[in-house]
Design a protein around this ligand. Structure first.
Ligand SMILES: *[C@@H]1O[C@H](CO)[C@@H](O)[C@H](O)[C@H]1NC(C)=O
Ligand SMILES: *[C@@H]1O[C@H](CO)[C@@H](O)[C@H](O)[C@H]1NC(C)=O
Ligand SMILES: *[C@@H]1O[C@H](CO)[C@@H](O)[C@H](O)[C@H]1NC(C)=O
Ligand SMILES: *[C@@H]1O[C@H](CO)[C@@H](O)[C@H](O)[C@H]1NC(C)=O
Ligand SMILES: *[C@@H]1O[C@H](CO)[C@@H](O)[C@H](O)[C@H]1NC(C)=O
Length: 267
């Protein structure tokens, strides 16, 4: 019991000496030219100075008493402190690929705490060629080009908005300087007119970039003639039956008239 009390007192003192520093998020993945935000929380007052570094270069200094010291360029900070806990948000504007790496928050008398920043690039995506036409049953291949991405974008396809199974396409990429070009080819059998779309994305991009073309499918003539033949056959048999009925009625009427010839004049 005595040992336990001693431990509790010791932990209390220990925590009092070294403040708890938390940096969030631990991983941030953002698009180039957007902004990155990190929060550093200190669980109790008395931290005096907070230093933010980007890849070990000092980016911003915050004083507990007066706040941000002369922020420069792309770096700024906002105070979200409440009660006893201090919370500062560090903001990097117009993030560049070179910024990828470590973001560090350190307070006076404490170990630095580090988070990872990944900067990605979204490029363009386009299906080669214009709208297409094909006949039913024909094998059609579409080529999609995604240019200027980092890392390699995930390419996928959709037909009328429905995802295409992976077995129907393949993708590859090549390095083009600091970015990547990706291409994908899709092979489908033309069955009905459809909107064909190619989608490209990287984790930092919320909604994929997309490009679409229309595939117009012309029905093959054969099934259509067969349909018409059936229609004609049905019409002919129906007409023949109707004609037969009319003839019978005519004959019956004719016979009746012959019987009562004295009452009615002959036509
Ligand atoms: C951060 O990213 C690294 C590498 O990408 C990974 O190993 C780690 O688990 C991630 N941490 C969190 C909290 O997501
Ligand atoms: C901050 O900037 C002001 C002018 O904007 C300057 O007078 C002052 O010396 C600067 N302080 C530091 C610590 O650089
Ligand atoms: C493809 O067809 C759609 C609709 O039929 C049309 O809006 C679009 O302009 C066409 N695109 C091209 C490149 O011809
Ligand atoms: C990447 O795509 C662009 C645009 O189509 C092209 O100019 C460039 O040569 C491509 N780079 C490689 C390495 O294929
Ligand atoms: C990708 O698909 C196209 C057509 O579907 C085919 O010509 C090409 O060989 C395939 N490439 C690979 C790497 O499988």
């Amino acid at each position: 019991m005595a040992v336990f009390s001693f431990m509790a007192v010791f932990l209390f003192i220990f925590e009092g000496v070294i403040a708890k520093v938390q940096l969030e998020p631990q991983n941030a993945t953002v698009l180039q030219h957007s902004e990155a935000r990190f929060n550093c929380c200190v669980n109790e007052p008395g931290w005096t100075v907070m230093i933010w570094s980007l890849n070990r270069l000092l980016a911003l200094t915050i004083l507990e008493t007066s706040g941000v010291v002369n922020s420069t360029g792309r770096f700024s900070a906002s105070d979200y402190s409440t009660g006893g806990a201090s919370k500062w948000e560090f903001i990097i504007e117009n993030v560049l690929r070179e910024d990828s790496g470590q973001v560090t928050c350190q307070i006076q008398g404490s170990e630095p705490v580090t988070a990872q920043l990944s900067v990605q690039e979204s490029g363009a995506v386009e299906i080669e060629g214009a709208n297409r036409t094909a006949t039913e049953g024909e094998q059609v291949t579409f080529q999609c080009l995604a240019v200027g991405w980092f890392p390699a974008p995930l390419l996928s396809w959709a037909l009328n908005g429905m995802p295409v199974p992976k077995e129907l396409f393949n993708s590859s990429f090549v390095e083009a300087g600091t970015v990547l070009n990706s291409s994908s080819s899709l092979g489908i059998t033309a069955s009905s007119s459809v909107l064909v779309e190619c989608l490209a994305t990287v984790p930092a991009l919320g909604t994929p970039e997309r490009s679409g073309v229309f595939l117009t499918v012309a029905k093959v003539d054969k099934p259509q003639t067969r349909d018409q033949t059936v229609l004609i056959a049905v019409t002919v048999s129906f007409s023949a039956a109707a004609l037969l009925v009319l003839i019978i009625i005519a004959i019956v009427l004719c016979c009746k008239r012959k019987k009562g010839a004295s009452e009615c004049p002959a036509i």
